[in-house]
Write a protein that binds this ligand. Structure first.
Ligand code: UD1
Length: 420
């Protein structure tokens, strides 16, 4: 297993290009299953999760062509095996996103249950219940969801008790080809949900209200082909900005957008960063200062994203003062706290709250990544620690950060990947 070796102490400087959003490209590629025609997706990030969903589509019978590094053409007209095996689903929970499109297009699907996850139980009951309300017959046997529908899905009124991002996306994709109108109440408002809706509308779907908590979908008979450019990754953007803030540096993130991460930028300003932005760039300047600790409470969009909680914990460990993080979206999403403590961080955990007392400097240590965003926080901690930090199990980071060591090295960090 590869490891990252990071020697801390360099304030980051320079420019970094932000990749397409992982959480947009995964549902968009699943959405390609809804049409027989060719779809061209641009600004695709080179990530392990993208490879996984491509394998998934490929084994179903779809034809995929990769060109110019960032563009993928998908032709799903040849799909004849509407199933998602455990071997692929277990490595990526978002594989559940094929369930809605397969059922809508093929009238049947067999998708492995994602199972437990390192950041809490993460069930898929909302996905299943919503599809049942649309007329699907669903059973769970041998770890697989077996779904079928006779005569096609029907529009329904659906309401989420808790906001669910992939739940909203799955049901929205299913509703696109259903007969009649579907209304999703308490829908997720994340930019990636909006991106998926814009993509589907570009292929001829009739979706309205995306970006609000009520999405209305009028079913259409079929979707056409088309071409679509994936939104920038707001979590990758935020991660580099936090890296700059922690190291007292000044960086510009390019090919990104400030209006998709306002809650994160507000917290960075509260920590003392100077932020400026234009249409497709954000500059953060810490002017060599140590950040001030910030309090954070995660919430669905437009609230503070749970996917940035670990990175802000890393920043608080070296900030001036005390910060309290409250995690309301997922249970058990503080595993990085234990690893950060191995580097000297002063963190007290109490249920879904973490209290962090900033210290002037962390000390390098061997640490282990436990999930995607937790591993990002350990890399950030390594950037400010005294000595050389070894981050093990970085396959987690490769799921969601394109070329992280190249991008950080370009900003002046001392980081390399070594094969174990
Ligand atoms: C998505 C993102 C992930 C992000 C999360 C929250 C993708 C591919 N992943 O994950 O990066 O951290 O949103 O912003 O977009 N829940 C249920 N039953 C369900 C579905 C969800 O109880 O059927 C609960 C979950 O356990 C969790 C909460 O709802 O407590 C929100 O989860 P959800 O928004 O569904 O997360 P994901 O879509 O899996």
């Amino acid at each position: 297993m590869d490891k990252h070796l990071i020697t801390g102490g360099v304030p980051l400087q320079g420019e970094v290009r932000i990749s397409g959003a992982k959480n947009s490209v995964l549902p968009i590629l699943a959405g390609c299953l809804l049409t027989d025609q060719s779809v061209i997706i641009k600004n695709v990030p080179h990530l392990n999760d993208v490879t996984t969903i491509m394998k998934l589509l490929g084994q179903m019978g779809a034809k995929l062509t990769i060109s110019e590094g960032l563009t993928i053409e998908v032709e799903a007209g040849s799909v004849d095996n509407p199933s998602a095996p455990y071997e692929l689903v277990r490595t990526m929970r978002a594989s559940i996103l094929v369930l809605g499109p397969l059922l809508a297009k093929h009238g049947r699907a067999m998708v492995s249950l994602p199972g437990g996850c390192a950041i809490g139980p993460r069930p898929v009951d909302f996905h299943v219940e919503g599809l049942r309300k649309m007329g699907a017959d669903i059973t769970v046997e041998g770890g697989y969801i077996h779904a079928s529908v006779k005569g096609g899905l029907k529009g329904a009124n659906l309401k989420f008790d808790i906001v669910s991002v992939t739940g909203t996306e799955n049901l929205m994709m299913a509703a696109v080809l259903a007969k009649g109108t579907t209304v999703i109440e308490n829908a997720a408002r994340e930019p990636e949900v909006q991106d998926l809706a814009n993509f589907l509308n570009a292929l001829g779907a009739n979706i309205q209200g995306h970006g609000t908590s009520q999405i209305i979908i009028e079913g259409v008979k079929s979707l056409s082909g088309g071409s679509y450019t994936v939104l920038p990754d707001r979590v990758e953007t935020g991660t580099y900005l936090v890296a700059a803030a922690m190291t007292g540096g000044r960086i510009t993130t390019k090919s990104t957008r400030a209006n998709i991460l306002e809650s994160v930028l507000n917290k960075l300003e509260e920590a003392g960063a100077h932020i400026s932005s234009g249409e497709d760039w954000i500059t953060l300047d810490m002017q060599g200062r140590r950040p001030k600790a910030v309090d954070i409470c995660t919430a669905p969009y437009p609230g503070f994203p749970t996917d940035m909680q670990a990175q802000f914990m890393a920043m608080n460990t070296v900030s001036e003062g005390r910060g309290v993080l409250t995690e309301t979206v997922f249970e058990n999403r503080f595993m990085h706290a234990h690893e950060l403590r191995r580097m000297g961080a002063n963190i007290q955990l109490n249920g879904n709250m973490a209290q962090i007392e900033g210290i002037p400097q962390l000390m390098a240590a061997p640490v282990m990544a436990t999930d995607l965003r937790a591993s990002a926080s350990l890399v950030l901690a390594g950037l400010v620690a005294k000595g050389t930090t070894i981050v093990d199990r970085i396959y987690h980071i490769d799921r969601g950060y394109e070329c992280i060591e190249e991008k950080l090295a370009q900003l002046g960090a001392t980081i390399k990947r070594v094969a174990a």
